[in-house]
Design a protein around this ligand. Structure first.
Ligand SMILES: Nc1nc2c(ncn2[C@@H]2O[C@H](COP(=O)(O)OP(=O)(O)OP(=O)(O)O)[C@@H](O)[C@H]2O)c(=O)[nH]1
Ligand SMILES: [Mg+2]
Length: 372
């Protein structure tokens, strides 16, 4: 009798658990981890093709960026959404008051930020508990994750574990590894830095475990086994996250908050009381900062730039992205653009659609004659 995928994963996880972790078993454990990752991928494929996910939430993205509110039930997510936006999401003193995605728009410093209130996330959400998989698929698509934490129930690891289980990586970047398939020669691993958490032989075994027979692998970062697997799996999303501690009206001890700040090191932390309206302006500013938005000023040809109302775009946006955010008819009729500011080599430089903008740039878009 053959084992189901679930049973195979369980058996491999048990084996890792039982294996003593030391230099001699590193190689073995690394290979087991790669095997598990592959099985999970297979499991994922079957889930999504077998229609077992049930319904998914339909959320239309809008505005300059999207923020997802992630937290246990009853921590005050809906109360916060109502304070930040024009939305009116139901608030209740019982768990799972919110059963759907409730969107709201926060207007701040000329930016329009879409904020999504979600049902509470619980342990084993990634396995489908409490509509967890639907909630997590919305989280995966967000530009910023806002962990909402009750001041007296601060175990954020339960939440981050569920996010990690569906391939979300928080406040980090993909490891710098380049893999190119070749025709012959087996798997060849080269490194440009000293590796301290994995050796070349293990890297080779993991790449082979992922089905590569011939490939050139260049590792340019001191990465871990898990990070290498993330690169190979390829379906990971790298998201930014911040922490909001709510219900601080109930906290009487200032040192307690200091302790929490240390506990959540690595995240921007904002303390609020949504109900008592404490800390909301700081929260808005921190959201704005974490979204990495930039301002661009438009200058019509032969006229002055409008320096009062900037156009807000994401960090790393190109001239083409700006065109698309203005109107879909602009790109097909685009001739060239002229740029002043930090991204210009000299004031009035002529640039094309691919040019990357920087904060404070002034931009003129010149369209084809007779076009749109
Ligand atoms: N003391 C205090 N209570 C709050 C605060 N914010 C929200 N609450 C209360 O906490 C309870 C839950 O609030 P909700 O906003 O519905 O919480 P939620 O996270 O959206 O809950 P679910 O939708 O069930 O996941 C309600 O009784 C709120 O009145 C706060 O800052 N301080
Ligand atoms: Mg709610």
């Amino acid at each position: 009798m053959s084992l189901t995928i679930e049973e195979q994963i369980k058996a491999l996880e048990d084996e890792i658990f039982k294996t003593q972790k030391n230099k001699n078993t590193e190689y073995h454990i690394g290979k087991l981890k790669a095997k598990i990752a592959r099985l999970k991928e297979e499991q994922e494929k079957r889930r999504s093709s077998g229609g077992r996910t049930g319904t998914t939430y339909a959320v239309k993205k809008s505005g300059n960026a999207t923020v997802a509110l992630v937290g246990f039930p009853s921590v005050g997510k809906s109360t916060i959404l109502n304070k930040l936006t024009d939305a009116d999401s139901e608030v209740g003193a019982y768990d799972f008051t919110t059963l759907d995605v409730v969107p709201g728009v926060m207007e701040y410093k000329f930016a329009k930020v879409q904020i999504l209130d979600l049902p509470g996330l619980i342990k084993d959400a990634s396995k489908g508990k409490g509509r967890g998989r639907e909630v997590l698929s919305v989280v995966r698509a967000a530009d910023l994750i806002m962990f909402i934490i009750d001041a007296f129930d601060t175990n954020i690891h339960i939440l981050t574990k569920e996010l990690e289980a569906v391939g979300i990586r928080i406040n980090t970047h993909p490891a710098d590894v380049v893999i190119s398939k070749t025709d012959i020669g087996g798997v060849d691993v080269r490194t440009t830095v000293k590796l301290t958490q994995i050796d070349e032989e293990l890297a080779k075994a993991i790449v082979a475990e992922y089905g590569y027979v011939n490939a050139d692998v260049v590792i340019r970062e001191d990465l871990s086994v898990d990070e290498l697997i993330d690169v190979l799996a390829g379906n990971r999303v790298y998201a930014k996250a911040m922490v909001v501690v709510n219900k601080i009206d109930l906290v009487k001890d200032k040192n307690y908050m200091k302790g929490l700040k240390e506990k959540f090191h690595g995240y921007d932390v904002v303390f609020v009381s949504a109900e008592k309206n404490i800390g909301i302006p700081e929260l808005k500013e921190t959201i704005y900062q974490n979204l990495d938005l930039i301002s661009v000023y438009l200058k019509p040809q032969g006229k002055d730039a409008d320096m009062d109302v900037p156009l807000i775009v994401r960090h790393g946006a190109s001239v083409g992205d700006v065109c698309d955010s203005l109107h879909r008819s602009i790109r097909p009729n685009f001739r060239y653009s002229v740029i002043w500011g930090k991204s210009a080599k000299f004031p009035g430089q002529t640039v094309g659609l691919d040019h990357i903008l920087r904060d404070g740039d002034i931009l003129t878009i010149v369209k084809k004659r007779g076009g749109g």
